[in-house]
Design a protein around this ligand. Structure first.
Ligand SMILES: [Zn+2]
Length: 444
């Protein structure tokens, strides 16, 4: 097998393990998928009440749908049924797996990541520690543009290898669905290259990927204004993206100094016309009117939101825009945390994601981020668990078949070597799942 250029020895090891699992997956997919019975579950978190109501807001502890001393039956890759007490007889040919009194919960969903890039920005992290400002770092050639230069220079095979290695790390933390953004190409050809890499990754990884074109991440050096790049992206890039079905969604970084709401309109209008769904980086450093813009365009989510206005939050609620909070960025970059209560009290659904990227947040451990959100964004325990499962599925509009262990849902789930969901939330992401299943197949 060709050796890919990877970012470090541990990535190579993880990538090798992942590629072995792909081979396993392809073999299994060629045959009929056996049924599965998971027995001896100490605590089963189903989230069935949310799935039944198709609701990700107003989350309360009863919504966890907990079943103690449980079993779980999988048929044709879907949840067939679950219950408590003695397990039913093992169907002929079915796989039996013992959860050893552990916690079984829905697979985690990371609904905001930037995993396709080349190069390292660790020097910028140290420049920040030395007291340099964001502006000084950008002037020294750092920031998104530094990742852009390295990513433009990288070939598709290397980018694919590195992206798969990163997805493999997510899988080890129990992440079974991932939203993945382009955004370090910042030219028509380079953005197309990154989206092709993400589509190729989607075919190879066992995880479900939602692919997002983040062309409006920064203004590329070839353009004199944000509006001119937004226009080129709208007129030349998005039609090609739609023609080749390279992305499911588009995204834009609407922020003072990047793209104003008005700059983004030509791009968002084009996306809507082409049938691409919308998500937005909104109101992270200042109130830029983006929460309202997200509502106006019917975005599925608005993400970051530290400085969203009350009227913007109300508009998000009315338009069913999910608030995606990214506390890892606050931890790693030293910016304020978003207060989840403002969104929850207004009736918005709240999801939490890693924002994994090479500059402002290198955290790829979603369970750790869930605990961080509970602590610093002020989420209650049930809200924090739902934020990385059912609400994250809702943010990606996957909630009719993912994000809960409800009859008819994809059998994406984890076995955790701990007794309860309280143990999981208090653990700060230290323990890895002992089993990870996607669509009824075991990958860890
Ligand atoms: Zn982001």
């Amino acid at each position: 097998m060709e050796r890919r250029k990877l970012s470090g020895p541990s990535d190579i090891r993880k990538s090798k393990g992942l590629l072995d699992r792909y081979a396993l997956m392809e073999r299994v997919e060629a045959t009929v998928q056996p049924d599965v019975l998971i027995t001896n579950i100490g605590e089963l978190v189903t989230l069935s009440p949310l799935a039944r109501a198709s609701r990700a807001s107003h989350v309360n502890p009863d919504d966890l749908g907990i079943v103690k001393n449980a079993w779980l039956q999988i048929k044709n890759s879907k949840v067939e049924k679950y219950g408590t007490g003695p397990a039913p007889a093992l169907p002929q040919g079915a796989i039996l797996s013992n959860a050893r009194c552990g916690l079984v919960m829905p697979g985690l969903i990371d609904c905001h990541t930037h995993p396709v890039f080349a190069g390292s920005r660790s020097n910028e992290f140290c420049m920040r520690l030395d007291g340099k400002t964001y502006q000084e770092i950008a002037e020294a050639g750092g920031g998104i543009k530094s990742s852009m230069m390295a990513t433009r220079a990288a070939n598709e095979a290397d980018l694919l290898g590195e992206t798969l290695a990163r997805l493999s790390v997510f899988l080890g933390h129990g992440v079974t669905s991932v939203e993945v953004k382009s955004g370090y190409g910042l030219s028509v050809d380079s953005e197309l290259k990154l989206l092709r890499v993400l589509r190729a990754a989607d075919k190879k990884t066992p995880q479900h990927l939602t692919v997002t074109c983040l062309a409006l991440h920064a203004v590329p050096p070839e353009h004199h204004s944000a509006a001119s790049w937004a226009r080129e992206a709208a007129e030349k890039l998005l039609p090609q993206v739609a023609r080749e079905k390279l992305a499911d969604c588009v995204d834009a970084f609407v922020e003072n100094g990047y793209f104003s709401a008005d700059d983004a309109r030509s791009y968002l209008d084009a996306a809507k016309k082409l049938g691409l769904r919308i998500r937005l980086h909104a109101d992270e450093f200042s109130e830029s009117g983006c929460a309202k813009l997200a509502a106006e365009y019917g975005a599925e989510s608005a993400d970051h939101l530290q400085h969203a206005s009350d009227s913007g939050i109300a508009a998000m609620r009315t338009a069913d825009v999910v608030a995606v909070l990214l506390p890892g960025t606050s931890l790693y970059s030293g910016i304020p945390y978003t207060n989840a209560r403002r969104f929850i009290d207004a009736g918005c659904a709240v999801a939490v994601a890693t924002d994994f990227n090479p500059g402002s947040c290198v955290a790829d451990n979603l369970p750790m981020i869930a605990t961080l959100a509970a602590l610093h964004c002020k989420l209650k325990p049930a809200e924090a668990l739902v934020a990385v499962t059912y609400a994250a599925a809702y943010a990606l509009r996957l909630h009719h078949h993912k994000g809960a262990l409800h009859p008819g849902y994809d059998a994406d789930f984890l076995v955790q070597p701990m007794a309860t969901h309280e143990d999981w939330l208090a653990d700060l992401g230290r323990s890895r799942p002992s089993q990870v299943w996607i669509k009824g197949q075991r990958f860890l």
